[in-house]
Design a protein around this ligand. Sequence first.
Ligand SMILES: [Zn+2]
Length: 380
Amino acid sequence: MSQVCVECVKDKNIKKLIIKNGSKNTCTLCEEEHLSIDFEDRDFFSLVKAVLRFNFSEWEYNRHWGGDGLECLFYGEDNVFFEQERALSEDIYEELVLSITEGPVYEDYDKGISIFAGYGPDGMQNMLLESIKSSSDISLVKLANRLKSENYFKVEKELLKILAKFADVAKISLEKGATFYRARVGISDKKRSLGGGFETEYHFTPYTESAIGSPPPLMASAGRINRPGVAFFYCATDKYTAVSEVRPHPGDQVSIGKFALSNKAKIFNLSESQLLHFYSSDESLDTYIPLNTLSNFMNKVIPPSERQQYSFTQLIADCIRQMGFDGIMFNSTVGNGENIVLFDPSIVSYTNEDSEVVEVEQVKYTLETLKLISDDEIYS
Ligand SMILES: [Zn+2]
């Protein structure tokens, strides 16, 4: 039996599958005893292909279109799938990669996942597959555009209909006591230590309690997700994400506070971990696209000049609140964790644990090359 363990897997969804379906076994890669799964298993194969389709567009790996080949996606430190360096030998790692790349790459639309678009009956190349991550659901994009010229309540009804379709898969419960982090640039106090020694040493006091909680409603300016005058509680599942989300500058001192849920909360989950509900076939991957489009909207940075508009993300949040949810969870684009927005700030309370001050050493920018206008294409 060929086993891969939860520690040798990098992708969050594959890890979850192993936790759900795996059993304690000796991993073929690292030879340690952990929760593991047979990597020749059909279900595992399907999920790895779904993760591939989520993250990559065909032109990134199809050799005929300038890609480096399917195998390349699985090698190197940056590969999103496995912890290659844990494998005891290259041959063993290659065996794992081959079990995927040598499997069927074309499957029936409703029965499996294809990683190449292939050719039509007329021998013509089908349109190359675009990553799920970057695909947008047309009807949602149209709704978002209508907000520019129509009142939100006319758009609201149709958005509610789309959201209702996902209410069951997207619903997760966060237990009472679940903890989150919030960050705020700045500190409450700084004192010079009077202890001996030649070097001056500073001690810091972070913002705590309400100074790091959400602002009162009347003070709340329009955010990505809240309307002006509405105070939502923005937080993150880990410290790094919380700090990154406040977009600090190098040299900034940032206070971190920890909060706990005082009640159970029903959350609409828009994070990438939803892929686990949609990996059985291309058909189900396609039904995942609207959910992912919603998540992309949540992450879109709105430039200050457009903040006065009633934005689509504010409408999404408002619809989800009307459906009886307590908040929304979505992936952070700047941290590794998730962002959580709770509609009612009073369901969380400040905990005295774990508060600290950090100094930002370095900020990493991610640039994305946008398409240029060319002469031979048609534009609207
Ligand atoms: Zn292992």
